[in-house]
Design a binder for this molecule. Structure first.
Ligand code: NAD
Length: 516
C-alpha cells in the first residue's frame, strides 16, 4: 500500500519539483502581513533561489491545505501569523552601549496560552521566528497539546558574552515581554530552544515574578526550568526521547520495513545525527541505550564517524572539555560539517538548524529514513528530491513534538503546585503489594526481593512523564500514518492535514472567525 503511495506521489512530486524550480527565482518576494520575507542565502546546502524557512513552512501548509477538507476562509486566517513583537533595547557591555534586538511572534491564539521556545542565535530574525511560531501551532495540534503556537528569539551569539551579560540580556528581554503582555501562565509560556536552556528559563521566571509578586501560578510562565525551580523531571531529555519513540514507532510499521528493508529492530539501526546539542545528544543517548549503533555525529566545526559505533558520553565529555571534536581518537574526522549528512546510514537525524538539506545536497543523501529532530531542516524542493529517491521523511512537526508535550506536563505541574505521583505512588505500591501477596499465597511461591520491587514499584514523576510522552508519540505517529495511507500522501503532508483539521475545528467551533 505504502509502496503504491510512494510511486503515485513521486509522479506528483516530479511535477511539483519542476514547477517549483521554475517558480522560485531569486527575485521572488513573499509578503506576509505587511512585511517581506527575504530569500535566505549563504547556506551551502541550499541554492540561492530556494525559499526562506518561513516560505517553506507556508509551502508545506499550502500543499496539505488543498487536501484537507477545510474552507479557504479558515485556511487563510490560520496561515497568517496573529501578532508579532519586535523590541530593541540597550545593554551596556564593557563600557559600550549595544542595541539588542529581540522578537516574539504569536502565530495562532486559537488556544491560550500560546507556547514556543526562545532562541539565542545570530540568525534570529522576523521570518525565522514566524516560521518557528507557525510550526508550533501545528505541532501542538498534532500531539493534542491545548496551546496556540508562538516563538521568540534574540539575535545574539551567546558565546560572545559573559554569563552575567547573557543574564542581563535575558532579563531585559523578559521585561519587554512583561510590559507588552507577551508572557504569562495564561497567555504565553516560552521554553528553551537553540542557545537557551534551564538557566535562561530560571532568569525569565524570576524576572516575571518580580512583576507579578502576588500571582499564585506565576512559575507556570515558562517551562524547561531547573527542577528545584518548578521544572518537571524528564523535560531535558524529552525532545530527544520523543525522537527515539517516533522513529521506533515508524520502523515497527510493516509497510516501512517493506519499503526500507529494515528489520524493525532498533539494534539493527545505523544512525547519523547532525547537531550534538540538547536534542541531538539525548536522541543519541536513547538510541545507544536501546542498542542502535550511532556511526556519525556532525557539529558545526566538523563531524566524527566510526562505522563500528561511537560512544556518546565519551564524545560529549571530549567536546565539552576541548570545545570541539577535533583531535578525538579512534574516529574519522569529517572536516566539512555538511558532509556527515551524505554518509551511508539507515536513519539520518538532522538535529541542528533549519535548511540543512537543500537542493545542493538532497540528491547525495543515502539514508533510508530522514527523521527531522530539528525544525525545518529540509527545504520543500529537497523534500521532493528525497521522496523521489524513496527516502522516508518523518517530519519535524511530528517528530520533535516531545519537547512541547513535556512542557505541557510541566505547566500542568506548575498549576497544580504538586509533583506528579506525589499523592499516588505509595497508594499504588500498597495495592500492588496486596496483589503480590495474594498471588504468592495462591501459587505457593515467594517472589524474590528484586522481583517484588519491580512489580510493586509505584510510578514516580519520571515514570509518569516518560510514559505520557511515549503514549503521546505513539498516538500522533499512528494518526499520521492513518492519514498518509487513507489519503495516499507522504507523512509530512499527512501531519499537516491532521494539524490543519484540528486547528480548524477550534476556529470554526468557537466562532472565532466573525464571518457570515
Ligand atoms: P542546542 O543549541 O542545544 O543545540 C544545537 C546544536 O547544533 C549545537 O550543539 C550547535 O553547535 C549545533 N550546530 C549549529 N550549527 C550547526 C551546523 N551547521 N552543523 C552541525 N551542528 C550545528 O539546540 P537544541 O535545543 O538541541 O535544538 C536543535 C533543533 O531542535 C532546533 O532546530 C530546535 O528548534 C529544535 N527543537 C528543539 C527543542 C527543544 O526542546 N530544545 C524542541 C523541538 C525542536
Amino acid at each position: 500500500m505504502l509502496l503504491r503511495n510512494f510511486k503515485k506521489s513521486n509522479m506528483i512530486n516530479a511535477f511539483y519539483l519542476a514547477r517549483a524550480l521554475k517558480t522560485f527565482r531569486p527575485h521572488h518576494q513573499f509578503l506576509c502581513r505587511g512585511y517581506s520575507t527575504h530569500i535566505a542565502t549563504g547556506n551551502t546546502a541550499c541554492e540561492d533561489h530556494e525559499p526562506s524557512f518561513l516560505k517553506s513552512v507556508e509551502m508545506y501548509f499550502d500543499k496539505a491545505a488543498g487536501i484537507s477538507g477545510v474552507s479557504q476562509k479558515t485556511l487563510s486566517h490560520m496561515k497568517a501569523p496573529d501578532c508579532m513583537l519586535k523590541v530593541t533595547f540597550p545593554i551596556e557591555i564593557k563600557d559600550k552601549v549595544e542595541i539588542i534586538t529581540g522578537f516574539r511572534v504569536h502565530h495562532s491564539r486559537h488556544m491560550l496560552p500560546v507556547k514556543g521556545g526562545i532562541r539565542f542565535a545570530t540568525d534570529v530574525d522576523e521570518q525565522e521566528v514566524t516560521a518557528l511560531a507557525a510550526l508550533m501551532t501545528y505541532k501542538c495540534a498534532i500531539v493534542d497539546v491545548p496551546f496556540g503556537g508562538a516563538k521568540g528569539g534574540i539575535s545574539i551569539d551567546p558565546k560572545n558574552y559573559t554569563d552575567a551579560e547573557v543574564e542581563r540580556i535575558t532579563r531585559r528581554y523578559t521585561v519587554e515581554l512583561c510590559q507588552k503582555s507577551f508572557i504569562g501562565p495564561g497567555t504565553d509560556v516560552p521554553a528553551p530552544d537553540v542557545g537557551t536552556g534551564a538557566r535562561e528559563m530560571a532568569w525569565i521566571m524570576d524576572t516575571y515574578r518580580q512583576f507579578h509578586p502576588n500571582e499564585v501560578d506565576s512559575i507556570g510562565c515558562v517551562t524547561g526550568k531547573p527542577i528545584p525551580l518548578g521544572g518537571v523531571r524528564g523535560r531535558n531529555e524529552s525532545t530527544g526521547l520523543g525522537v527515539y519513540y517516533g522513529i521506533r514507532e515508524f520502523v515497527s510499521y510493516p509497510e516501512v520495513q517493506k519499503h526500507t528493508g529494515l528489520s524493525g529492530d532498533i539494534k539493527d539501526l545505523r544512525i547519523i545525527i547532525q547537531g550534538f546539542g540538547k536534542v541531538g545528544y539525548w536522541a543519541a543517548k536513547f538510541f545507544e541505550q536501546n542498542g542502535a549503533k550511532i556511526i556519525g555525529i556532525g557539529e558545526k566545526e566538523c563531524g566524527v564517524y566510526n562505522p563500528n559505533g561511537l560512544n556518546i558520553d565519551k564524545l560529549f565529555n571530549y567536546r565539552r572539555s576541548r570545545g570541539s571534536f577535533l583531535g578525538m581518537p579512534n574516529v574519522d574526522i569529517i572536516e566539512d560539517p555538511l558532509e556527515i549528512l551524505e554518509l551511508e546510514c539507515d536513519v539520518l537525524i538532522p538535529a541542528a538548524l533549519e535548511r540543512q538539506i537543500g537542493l545542493r545536497n538532497a540528491d547525495k543523501i543515502k539514508a533510508k529514513i530522514v527523521g527531522e529532530a530539528a525544525n525545518g531542516p529540509t527545504t520543500p524542493l529537497a523534500n521532493e528530491v528525497l521522496l523521489m529517491k524513496g527516502i522516508l521523511v518523518i517530519p519535524d512537526l511530528l517528530l520533535n513534538a516531545g519537547g512541547v508535550t513535556v512542557s505541557y506536563f510541566e505547566w500542568l505541574k506548575n498549576l497544580s503546585h504538586m509533583r506528579f505521583g506525589r499523592m499516588t505512588k505509595k497508594w499504588d505500591e500498597l495495592g500492588k503489594s496486596q496483589i503480590v501477596e495474594l498471588v504468592e499465597r495462591n501459587v505457593a511461591r515467594k517472589l524474590s526481593e528484586t522481583e517484588k520491587k519491580q512489580v510493586v514499584h509505584g510510578a514516580n514523576e519520571t515514570d509518569l512523564v516518560f510514559s505520557g510522552l511515549e503514549d503521546t508519540m505513539i498516538s500522533a505517529c499512528s494518526e499520521t500514518r492513518r492519514t498518509a495511507i487513507s489519503k495516499d500522501i507522504d507523512y509530512r503532508t499527512a501531519a499537516f492535514v491532521n494539524a490543519i483539521e484540528k486547528v480548524a475545528a477550534v476556529y470554526e467551533g468557537s466562532g472565532i472567525m466573525f464571518m457570515n
